[in-house]
Design a protein around this ligand. Structure first.
Ligand SMILES: O=C(O)CCC(=O)C(=O)O
Ligand SMILES: [Fe+2]
Length: 363
């Protein structure tokens, strides 16, 4: 993180929450300014590209522009919605688990998916709401009353997050010298796709048994906009000897990362970093961890393969085979492939994404 005086001051901790410890290793992610990116600042755009090639994760300072501040306000409101949502009874929440209908929207209970090849179970619950539903592109899914009441807030958060995603995609489009609007034309707000909000809750874990709450993975789609308050998110930097490091949550910032689709579109030039969620470090481990995510994905029918039209995207090499799969099927396979209630035997590798490419280890 740079300490350039012209960027906003970094506030280290979130009011009302225990502080993130200073003695754990953290990822040195670049910190970019939304204001500068919106203004087309060429140095800032270059830094964004660099972050997307090197690690596929960066902080985005939202405090320095109206768009950013309004997104921060929407995120605050949805943190409260998330808390109330998870306070509903388990019986009520389970009514909105649509996984048996081959849908990844709705509720996932705690321990419903494996986090590793040994079959250990996850330690968080989450609820996904669909962009298409909220934007009126598809029929509304059944939802608890309190979520139905927050449709307006969800729509505002989705529009704000989608705006950030479009900005990131347009900068990458330009840096990759792709024909104009190549990326934005396959991520339209009003088209059918798998974009979603995810509300997440992980309760404090027993002090003598703190483990991974969400298993290591790459995100399935294109661009993720993540709001963290307590630590716990960890990334595995590239290279054979790399070790897991925490991503320190920064007030006023979103954490932006790329997913599998961007790796496939660019034949590995851009990076989708492996990450996981561990118990929050230090005294934060005694608190309940909530987080909020917007996942942007290519429209359902988009084939996940190398894009044509850029000389900067490495060509498909002889012997390299690109899987024929569209965005919808990819997300379903990845999102539901490790659910214990759906599969008798989980084939961990079959539901994998671009993790191997992400490690950047030659085999
Ligand atoms: O809760 C977090 O910080 C990250 C969650 C995450 O990686 C995911 O849901 O894909
Ligand atoms: Fe993720």
């Amino acid at each position: 993180m740079q300490s350039d005086a012209s960027y906003t001051e970094i506030q280290n901790n979130f009011p009302g929450l225990p502080p993130f410890p200073d003695d754990v290793p953290t990822a040195p992610l670049l910190r970019l300014s939304l204001k500068r990116l919106l203004a087309g600042d060429s140095t800032e755009c270059e830094r964004l590209f660099e972050a997307c090639v090197e690690i596929g994760f960066f902080y985005l300072d939202l405090q320095d522009s109206d768009h950013g501040v309004s997104l921060l306000n929407d995120a605050d409101k949805l943190f409260t919605v998330g808390e109330n949502l998870f306070d509903l009874s388990l019986e009520e929440k389970k009514r909105y688990d649509f996984s048996t209908q081959n849908s990844y929207f709705g509720y996932k209970g705690r321990g419903a998916a494996t986090v590793d090849k040994d079959g250990n179970l996850d330690r968080n619950e989450f609820y996904n709401t669909s962009k298409d539903d909220i934007m009126g592109v598809s029929d509304p899914l059944p939802a608890p009353e309190l979520l139905s009441q927050s449709r307006g807030q969800q729509e505002s958060f989705m529009r704000g997050s989608h705006g950030i995603v479009s900005l990131v995609l347009n900068i990458l489009n330009d840096k990759l010298a792709l024909p104009e609007n190549t990326l934005s034309s396959i991520h339209r707000l009003q088209a059918i796709g798998g974009d979603q909000i995810r509300f997440i809750k992980a309760p404090p874990q027993p002090i003598d048994d703190r483990r991974t709450a969400l298993g290591q993975h790459t995100d399935f789609g294109s661009v993720t906009v993540l709001f963290n308050r307590l630590g716990g998110l960890q990334v595995l930097p590239p290279g054979a000897d790399a070790e897991w490091v925490y991503v320190r949550p920064l007030p006023g910032h979103a954490i932006i990362n790329l997913g599998d689709a961007m790796v496939k579109f660019t034949n590995g030039l851009l990076r989708s970093n492996i990450h996981r969620v561990a118990a929050p470090p230090g005294i934060q481990g005694d608190s309940t961890r909530y987080s909020l995510v917007y996942f942007a994905r290519p429209e359902d029918s988009v084939m996940l393969r190398r894009l044509d039209g850029s000389d900067l995207i490495p060509p498909i090499t002889q012997g390299q085979v690109e899987e024929e799969i569209n965005s919808k099927d990819w997300i379903i396979r990845r999102a539901l492939g490790r659910r214990v209630d759906l599969h008798k035997d989980i084939d961990y590798e079959k539901s994998a994404g671009t993790e191997q490419m992400s490690r950047r280890i030659m085999v």
